[in-house]
Design a protein around this ligand. Structure first.
Ligand SMILES: [Zn+2]
Length: 263
Protein backbone atom coordinates (compact mmCIF):
# COMPACT_ATOMS: atom_id res chain seq x y z
CA UNK A 1 0.00 0.00 0.00
CA UNK A 2 1.56 3.32 -1.04
CA UNK A 3 2.59 5.49 1.89
CA UNK A 4 3.79 9.06 2.11
CA UNK A 5 7.19 8.60 0.39
CA UNK A 6 5.59 6.81 -2.57
CA UNK A 7 2.85 9.45 -2.92
CA UNK A 8 5.41 12.24 -2.64
CA UNK A 9 7.48 10.57 -5.37
CA UNK A 10 4.40 10.49 -7.61
CA UNK A 11 3.64 14.13 -6.82
CA UNK A 12 7.11 15.32 -7.78
CA UNK A 13 7.12 13.49 -11.10
CA UNK A 14 3.63 14.61 -12.11
CA UNK A 15 4.54 18.23 -11.34
CA UNK A 16 7.80 17.89 -13.27
CA UNK A 17 6.37 16.11 -16.31
CA UNK A 18 2.90 17.57 -16.79
CA UNK A 19 2.93 21.16 -15.49
CA UNK A 20 1.79 23.66 -18.11
CA UNK A 21 -0.09 21.06 -20.16
CA UNK A 22 -3.78 21.40 -20.97
CA UNK A 23 -6.32 18.63 -20.34
CA UNK A 24 -7.71 17.46 -23.67
CA UNK A 25 -9.78 14.55 -22.41
CA UNK A 26 -11.23 13.02 -19.24
CA UNK A 27 -12.14 9.33 -19.33
CA UNK A 28 -13.89 7.28 -16.65
CA UNK A 29 -14.18 3.65 -17.88
CA UNK A 30 -17.35 1.70 -17.12
CA UNK A 31 -15.47 -0.46 -14.61
CA UNK A 32 -13.87 2.23 -12.52
CA UNK A 33 -13.07 2.46 -8.79
CA UNK A 34 -15.59 1.15 -6.27
CA UNK A 35 -16.41 4.79 -5.66
CA UNK A 36 -16.92 6.46 -9.01
CA UNK A 37 -15.32 9.91 -9.43
CA UNK A 38 -18.20 12.37 -8.77
CA UNK A 39 -19.29 14.30 -11.89
CA UNK A 40 -18.95 17.64 -10.11
CA UNK A 41 -15.24 16.95 -9.41
CA UNK A 42 -14.65 16.43 -13.15
CA UNK A 43 -16.92 19.17 -14.55
CA UNK A 44 -14.94 21.79 -16.47
CA UNK A 45 -11.66 19.90 -16.15
CA UNK A 46 -11.30 19.50 -19.89
CA UNK A 47 -9.53 22.56 -21.26
CA UNK A 48 -7.88 23.44 -17.91
CA UNK A 49 -4.11 23.76 -17.63
CA UNK A 50 -2.36 21.56 -15.05
CA UNK A 51 -0.22 23.82 -12.88
CA UNK A 52 1.30 21.43 -10.33
CA UNK A 53 0.53 18.95 -7.55
CA UNK A 54 0.45 19.04 -3.78
CA UNK A 55 0.27 16.25 -1.22
CA UNK A 56 -1.60 15.97 2.07
CA UNK A 57 -0.89 12.74 3.96
CA UNK A 58 -1.32 10.02 1.34
CA UNK A 59 -3.60 12.17 -0.85
CA UNK A 60 -2.57 13.96 -4.03
CA UNK A 61 -4.07 17.30 -4.97
CA UNK A 62 -3.72 18.04 -8.67
CA UNK A 63 -3.89 21.77 -9.34
CA UNK A 64 -5.33 23.41 -12.44
CA UNK A 65 -5.36 27.02 -13.56
CA UNK A 66 -8.16 29.08 -12.05
CA UNK A 67 -7.89 27.45 -8.62
CA UNK A 68 -9.51 24.15 -9.60
CA UNK A 69 -8.14 21.04 -7.87
CA UNK A 70 -8.67 17.31 -8.24
CA UNK A 71 -7.90 14.97 -5.34
CA UNK A 72 -6.61 11.42 -5.81
CA UNK A 73 -5.81 8.55 -3.46
CA UNK A 74 -3.94 5.45 -4.62
CA UNK A 75 -5.86 3.11 -2.29
CA UNK A 76 -4.34 -0.36 -1.85
CA UNK A 77 -2.80 -0.98 -5.24
CA UNK A 78 -3.23 2.16 -7.37
CA UNK A 79 -0.55 3.50 -9.72
CA UNK A 80 -0.42 6.68 -11.73
CA UNK A 81 1.46 6.30 -15.01
CA UNK A 82 2.37 8.75 -17.69
CA UNK A 83 1.97 7.15 -21.12
CA UNK A 84 1.63 8.27 -24.72
CA UNK A 85 -2.04 8.95 -25.55
CA UNK A 86 -1.76 6.53 -28.46
CA UNK A 87 -1.00 3.62 -26.11
CA UNK A 88 -4.00 1.32 -25.63
CA UNK A 89 -5.85 1.25 -22.29
CA UNK A 90 -4.21 -0.73 -19.55
CA UNK A 91 -6.07 -3.80 -18.29
CA UNK A 92 -6.96 -2.21 -14.96
CA UNK A 93 -7.27 1.40 -16.05
CA UNK A 94 -9.88 3.17 -13.86
CA UNK A 95 -9.38 6.81 -14.81
CA UNK A 96 -7.53 8.76 -17.45
CA UNK A 97 -6.60 12.34 -18.24
CA UNK A 98 -5.27 13.22 -21.69
CA UNK A 99 -2.85 16.07 -22.21
CA UNK A 100 -2.49 16.15 -26.00
CA UNK A 101 -0.01 13.43 -26.96
CA UNK A 102 0.62 12.46 -23.31
CA UNK A 103 -1.83 10.92 -20.86
CA UNK A 104 -2.06 10.16 -17.17
CA UNK A 105 -3.46 6.70 -16.43
CA UNK A 106 -4.75 5.60 -13.02
CA UNK A 107 -4.35 1.84 -12.97
CA UNK A 108 -5.80 -0.02 -9.99
CA UNK A 109 -6.39 -3.81 -9.99
CA UNK A 110 -8.11 -3.76 -6.58
CA UNK A 111 -10.24 -0.67 -7.29
CA UNK A 112 -9.88 0.96 -3.85
CA UNK A 113 -8.29 4.07 -5.33
CA UNK A 114 -10.28 7.27 -5.57
CA UNK A 115 -10.45 10.45 -7.63
CA UNK A 116 -12.36 13.57 -6.61
CA UNK A 117 -12.73 12.35 -3.03
CA UNK A 118 -13.09 14.57 0.06
CA UNK A 119 -10.02 14.84 2.32
CA UNK A 120 -10.27 13.42 5.85
CA UNK A 121 -9.26 15.38 8.93
CA UNK A 122 -5.49 15.19 9.12
CA UNK A 123 -3.02 15.71 11.91
CA UNK A 124 0.23 17.54 11.19
CA UNK A 125 2.35 16.69 8.16
CA UNK A 126 5.34 14.69 9.46
CA UNK A 127 7.78 16.70 7.35
CA UNK A 128 6.46 20.06 8.54
CA UNK A 129 7.33 22.15 11.59
CA UNK A 130 3.90 21.27 13.05
CA UNK A 131 5.12 17.76 13.80
CA UNK A 132 7.51 17.28 16.72
CA UNK A 133 7.85 15.67 20.16
CA UNK A 134 5.30 18.13 21.57
CA UNK A 135 2.71 17.00 18.98
CA UNK A 136 3.33 13.37 20.02
CA UNK A 137 3.06 14.31 23.69
CA UNK A 138 -0.39 15.83 23.04
CA UNK A 139 -1.52 12.85 20.94
CA UNK A 140 -0.22 10.20 23.37
CA UNK A 141 -1.41 11.80 26.61
CA UNK A 142 -3.59 9.38 28.59
CA UNK A 143 -3.81 6.97 25.61
CA UNK A 144 -3.50 3.28 26.43
CA UNK A 145 -3.57 2.36 22.71
CA UNK A 146 -0.38 0.81 21.25
CA UNK A 147 2.01 3.50 20.10
CA UNK A 148 2.10 2.02 16.59
CA UNK A 149 -1.69 2.23 16.24
CA UNK A 150 -1.51 5.94 17.05
CA UNK A 151 1.27 6.51 14.51
CA UNK A 152 -1.04 4.96 11.89
CA UNK A 153 -3.92 7.24 12.95
CA UNK A 154 -4.06 9.97 10.27
CA UNK A 155 -5.46 12.42 12.83
CA UNK A 156 -2.26 12.04 14.90
CA UNK A 157 0.17 12.37 12.00
CA UNK A 158 -0.67 12.40 8.28
CA UNK A 159 0.61 9.82 5.83
CA UNK A 160 2.44 7.28 8.02
CA UNK A 161 1.59 3.65 7.21
CA UNK A 162 2.71 0.22 8.33
CA UNK A 163 6.17 0.14 6.74
CA UNK A 164 7.46 3.49 7.88
CA UNK A 165 5.82 3.24 11.34
CA UNK A 166 7.69 -0.05 11.93
CA UNK A 167 10.94 1.53 10.78
CA UNK A 168 10.53 4.66 12.91
CA UNK A 169 9.81 2.59 16.02
CA UNK A 170 12.93 0.52 15.43
CA UNK A 171 15.07 3.62 14.99
CA UNK A 172 13.60 5.16 18.14
CA UNK A 173 14.15 1.94 20.14
CA UNK A 174 10.47 1.69 21.09
CA UNK A 175 8.37 -1.49 20.86
CA UNK A 176 5.23 -1.15 18.71
CA UNK A 177 2.85 -2.57 21.35
CA UNK A 178 3.86 -0.13 24.11
CA UNK A 179 0.96 1.90 25.53
CA UNK A 180 1.36 5.35 23.94
CA UNK A 181 1.07 7.08 27.32
CA UNK A 182 4.00 5.06 28.71
CA UNK A 183 6.57 6.73 26.42
CA UNK A 184 8.99 9.01 28.21
CA UNK A 185 9.91 12.47 26.91
CA UNK A 186 13.21 11.30 25.40
CA UNK A 187 11.45 8.39 23.67
CA UNK A 188 8.90 10.78 22.15
CA UNK A 189 11.74 13.00 20.97
CA UNK A 190 13.55 10.07 19.38
CA UNK A 191 10.31 8.83 17.81
CA UNK A 192 9.38 12.22 16.32
CA UNK A 193 12.79 12.60 14.72
CA UNK A 194 12.77 8.94 13.58
CA UNK A 195 9.40 9.40 11.81
CA UNK A 196 10.76 12.44 9.97
CA UNK A 197 14.05 10.70 9.15
CA UNK A 198 12.56 7.46 7.76
CA UNK A 199 10.07 9.36 5.59
CA UNK A 200 12.73 11.74 4.27
CA UNK A 201 14.99 8.77 3.47
CA UNK A 202 12.05 7.02 1.79
CA UNK A 203 11.42 10.04 -0.44
CA UNK A 204 15.11 10.42 -1.25
CA UNK A 205 15.15 6.77 -2.41
CA UNK A 206 12.03 7.20 -4.56
CA UNK A 207 9.72 5.15 -2.28
CA UNK A 208 9.61 1.43 -1.43
CA UNK A 209 8.86 -1.28 -3.98
CA UNK A 210 7.79 -4.40 -2.07
CA UNK A 211 5.62 -7.47 -2.76
CA UNK A 212 3.44 -8.29 -5.77
CA UNK A 213 1.53 -5.00 -5.87
CA UNK A 214 4.88 -3.29 -6.03
CA UNK A 215 5.02 0.46 -6.35
CA UNK A 216 6.30 2.00 -9.57
CA UNK A 217 6.61 5.74 -10.13
CA UNK A 218 4.71 7.51 -12.96
CA UNK A 219 7.62 6.79 -15.32
CA UNK A 220 7.53 3.06 -14.45
CA UNK A 221 10.60 3.00 -12.21
CA UNK A 222 10.73 1.07 -8.91
CA UNK A 223 11.84 2.80 -5.68
CA UNK A 224 14.90 1.83 -3.67
CA UNK A 225 13.78 2.63 -0.10
CA UNK A 226 12.94 -1.02 0.70
CA UNK A 227 16.62 -1.90 0.33
CA UNK A 228 17.38 0.11 3.47
CA UNK A 229 14.49 -1.14 5.65
CA UNK A 230 15.65 -2.34 9.08
CA UNK A 231 12.70 -4.44 10.27
CA UNK A 232 9.80 -4.42 7.81
CA UNK A 233 9.91 -7.70 5.85
CA UNK A 234 13.16 -8.77 7.59
CA UNK A 235 14.10 -11.69 9.85
CA UNK A 236 16.83 -9.96 11.83
CA UNK A 237 17.54 -6.34 12.71
CA UNK A 238 20.63 -4.59 11.25
CA UNK A 239 22.59 -5.70 14.34
CA UNK A 240 21.72 -9.34 13.65
CA UNK A 241 19.14 -9.90 16.43
CA UNK A 242 16.25 -12.16 15.34
CA UNK A 243 13.00 -10.19 15.12
CA UNK A 244 9.77 -11.08 16.93
CA UNK A 245 6.14 -10.55 15.93
CA UNK A 246 3.76 -8.72 18.26
CA UNK A 247 1.41 -11.21 19.94
CA UNK A 248 -1.72 -9.22 19.11
CA UNK A 249 -2.31 -7.45 15.83
CA UNK A 250 -1.84 -3.68 16.03
CA UNK A 251 -4.30 -1.74 13.86
CA UNK A 252 -5.22 -4.94 12.06
CA UNK A 253 -1.84 -6.61 11.49
CA UNK A 254 1.02 -8.11 13.45
CA UNK A 255 4.16 -6.07 13.62
CA UNK A 256 7.85 -6.98 13.68
CA UNK A 257 10.23 -5.60 16.28
CA UNK A 258 13.66 -6.32 17.76
CA UNK A 259 13.40 -7.52 21.38
CA UNK A 260 16.98 -6.30 22.04
CA UNK A 261 17.08 -2.90 20.33
CA UNK A 262 13.47 -1.92 21.16
CA UNK A 263 12.10 -1.48 24.70
ZN1 LIG B 1 18.33 -5.48 17.31
Amino acid sequence: MPELPEVETVRRILAEQLSGRRVTGVTVPTTTFYRRPPARALAGLEGSVFTGARRRGKYLLLDFAGGRELTAHLGMSGRLFIAASAEPSHKHERFRLDFGDASLRFVDPRRFGRVGCPLPDFGPEPLSTGFDAAALARAFKGRRAPVKALLLDQAVVAGVGNIYASEALYRAGVRPARAAKSLKADERRRLASAVTAVLAAGIAAGGSTLDDEAFLDPLGRPGRAHLALAVYGRRACPKGHPLLKTRRPLAGRTSLYCPVCQR
